[in-house]
Write a protein that binds this ligand. Sequence first.
Ligand SMILES: [Zn+2]
Length: 463
Amino acid sequence: MRFDPLIRNGTVVTATDPFAADLGINDGKISAIAAQLPIENAGRVIDAAGRLVMPGGIDVHTHLDMPFGGTTSADDFETGTIAAAFGGTTTLIDFAIQYKGQTLRQAFDTWMKKAHDKAVTDYAFHCIITDLGAAQLEEMGQLIREGVTSFKLFMAYPGVFMLDDASIFRAMSQAAKHAGLICMHAENGGAIDVIVQKALAEGKRAPKYHALTRPTTAEAEATSRAIALAEMAGAPVYIVHLSCNDALEKVREARDPGLPVYPEPCPQYLYLSLDNFDVPGFEGAKYVFTPPLREKWHQEKLWQGLALDTLQVVSTDHCPFCFKEQKELGKDDFTKIPNGGPGIEHRLSLIYTGGVHAKRFSANRFVELVSTTPAKLFGLYPRKGTIAVGSDADLVIFDPNETQVISAKTHHMRVDYSMFEGIQITGVPKTVLSRGLAVIDSGKFVGRPGAGQFVRRQSYSRV
Ligand SMILES: [Zn+2]
């Protein structure tokens, strides 16, 4: 068999093992793993000596080309997947939003069009449900059969995205019936809105009040309610962007007796805190996203949660808005600041730095958090999320020793600031392959818009 490319001399790292091996790739898939593979017949040979060879990152929470708050997130499927690839992420699961009065099919078709000619790496979709009648309940089963096997619901943003408990319970019951997975934005939106109105009435309009009007208790209460509704429906539940210890405690209580509850934190909650709002003027708007940043002590609790498997996945909730003209829409009123932050590019390096380099967990656990578990939960495994014969050759050749300082001056996201400006990372993706083809080669983009494919996902199976 002819290998093209052939990756030699690297240390392969999966969720379970590190081992020295060559990888032979044929027709976009891994076709041989051995101590040494013959190079005579090979096409391109990539020398990975001194580097880690890992399955491509899977980011299950991104918002590319998304309308929100009177504007649209700054990265589309081209710039977003390019930035993701620079950071070692080779598959995204983005969100197709069903607006009120629409079918779920309309949402799916709209987002498929946004991605089709633009994505440089593979992608899939969850469907956000904001209006759940009998027809949409029926559609859930149809979408699952077509590879859209997870749905996101909101307990926040009343009047825009929020569903009532009865609708959430119906959706969970339907997901249980068809082996779908519900992803939950868990914050008590009703209570938060009352607190927000009070703050505005008191003239509190600066960006930091976005954070100060969304208490950790509101997240913990909704997390607990989501878990209870899922338990009653006999459904698993995935808690998106878990930000604080209060919610983590609710998850721990549920996971101890074995309930299938899967929470994801994001790098911003592991690296940033309320202290980031101590900046002049309107600059705090750079850190306005939901749930908000918390007091600094929560960070170490979340890192512990990752190490101890209370938290299973790290995603980014990438939802970039430029500071100029976009964030500035809320200059006089924090409720008008588009919610979201840019993070798609640095997830792997930030989690490697704080996790493996800082000796909180192993490189295997790192791979599990950023690739393998997301693949398993969301029906991409073993096609993606591991290094095995027959898996897609979505691979990251990673230099575990190189250091870089994150900056908007050098990043590839189409946004004019970085949430992580000035933070030093150790561990950098050098060459990134999508189905065997280089997308990033020695730190340069060599991919092609439109090369990414929609991935039909399998239904949920318990991890
Ligand atoms: Zn989100």
